[in-house]
Ligand binder design. Structure first.
Ligand SMILES: NC(=O)C1=CN([C@@H]2O[C@H](COP(=O)(O)OP(=O)(O)OC[C@H]3O[C@@H](n4cnc5c(N)ncnc54)[C@H](O)[C@@H]3O)[C@@H](O)[C@H]2O)C=CC1
Ligand SMILES: O=C(O)C1=N[C@H](C(=O)O)C[C@H](O)C1
Length: 267
C-alpha cells in the first residue's frame, strides 16, 4: 500500500483528501498535518473527516513524520507548501501540490526542487477541468485571433487568491496556443473609460460568493456567435480523488515536475 501524508488535513480539501485516501484501493493514510495553533492537534484524522477512526493523529511538524509516508499531498497555502517542499526535498520524498496562489519566484522554487524529487503540481486535479484544457487548446487553434477571449471564474467566499489557479492555467493554455504571452496580454480589471477592447488581450473576471465550489468558463466571442467552454465542480471530492490518483501515479517517478495532464495521459 502507498502511504500518504496530508498537509492541511482539517481544511476544506484536507477532509476530502482523507476520505479519498480511504477510497483508493492502493493508498492508506499514514500522517496528517495541521497548523501548529490548530485546536485539532491530537485528534484522529479519520474521525475529523467523518470516515471513522483511522488511528492517525493530527500533528503539526512534518519532520516528526518524514519516515512514515511515501507521498505528501499538500493543499495549504504557498508559504506552508514551500516549507514542506524543502523538507521533502531533503528527505527525498515525493509531493503532490494542489495549493494555488504562488508567485513566479515561488513557482521557480518548485521547478528547482523537481531536479531532486518527483512532484505533481496542478491548480486543478479534476478530470473534467483537465479535459477542458484540451478543449480550450482546440478552440483557440480553430478560432485564432478573430475572437475576444474572456475567462470567468466563481468560487466560495473563503478563497484567498484571485484569479483562481485554474483560471490562470486556462489563460496560459489559450495564450500559448495563440503565441501570446499571458504576462503582457492579461487584463484583470476594467473600470471607467476603458476604450474599445483590444482583441489581443485575454480578460479575467472573478466572482467570490457563498459556497460555490469552483466554476470556470472561457468565452470565445465573435460577431454573430460565441463559444463557451464551462466546467462546474459541485463537490471537492473530484479534486481529492484526482490528487490521490496523482500520488499513486507519482510513485513510479524518481524526480521531475509533472501535472495532471501527465497523470491522466493527456500529453
Ligand atoms: N489543485 C486543486 O485541485 C485544488 C486546489 N485548491 C487549493 O488548495 C488550497 C487549500 O484550499 P482549501 O482546502 O479550500 O483551504 P482551507 O483554508 O480550508 O485549508 C487549508 C488548511 O491548511 C491548514 N494550514 C495552514 N498552515 C498550516 C501549516 N503550517 N501546516 C499544516 N496545515 C496548515 C489550515 O489550517 C487549513 O486547515 C488553496 O490554495 C486552494 O486554491 C483547492 C481545491 C482544489
Ligand atoms: O480554492 C478553491 O476552492 C479552489 N481552488 C483551485 C483554483 O484556484 O483553481 C481549484 C478549484 O477551482 C477550487
Amino acid at each position: 500500500m502507498i502511504k500518504i501524508a496530508i498537509a492541511g488535513a482539517a481544511g476544506r480539501m484536507g477532509k476530502n483528501l482523507i476520505e479519498a485516501t480511504q477510497q483508493h484501493p492502493e493508498t492508506i493514510l499514514a500522517a496528517a498535518l495541521e497548523h501548529p495553533a490548530s485546536t485539532l492537534l491530537g485528534a484522529d484524522a479519520g474521525e475529523l473527516a467523518g470516515v471513522g477512526k483511522l488511528s492517525v493523529t493530527i500533528k503539526s511538524e512534518l519532520p516528526q513524520v518524514l519516515d512514515q509516508f511515501d507521498v505528501l499531498i499538500d493543499f495549504t497555502r504557498p508559504e506552508v507548501t514551500l516549507a514542506n517542499l524543502a523538507y521533502c526535498r531533503q528527505a527525498k520524498k515525493r509531493i503532490v501540490i494542489g495549493t494555488t496562489g504562488f508567485s513566479a519566484e515561488q513557482k521557480a522554487l518548485i521547478t528547482e526542487a523537481a531536479q531532486d524529487i518527483a512532484i505533481v503540481f496542478a491548480p486543478n486535479m479534476s478530470i473534467g477541468v483537465n479535459l477542458s484544457l484540451k478543449l480550450l487548446e482546440m478552440a483557440a487553434k480553430v478560432l485564432g485571433d478573430s475572437v475576444d477571449i474572456e475567462v470567468i471564474e466563481a468560487h466560495h467566499r473563503h478563497k484567498i487568491d484571485a484569479p483562481s489557479g485554474t483560471a490562470l492555467r486556462m489563460g496560459e493554455v489559450v495564450a500559448q496556443t495563440l503565441g501570446r504571452d499571458l504576462k503582457t496580454c492579461a487584463v484583470y480589471a476594467r473600470e471607467g473609460i476603458t476604450g474599445e477592447r483590444d482583441r489581443q488581450t485575454i480578460g479575467f473576471q472573478t466572482i467570490r460568493a457563498g459556497d460555490i465550489v469552483g466554476e470556470h468558463t472561457v468565452m470565445f466571442a465573435d460577431v454573430g456567435e460565441r463559444i463557451e467552454i464551462t466546467h462546474k465542480a459541485s463537490s471537492r471530492m473530484t479534486f481529492a480523488k484526482g490528487a490521490v490518483r496523482a500520488a499513486a501515479w507519482l510513485t513510479q517517478k524518481e524526480q521531475g515536475l509533472f501535472d495532471m495532464q501527465d497523470v491522466l495521459g493527456f500529453k
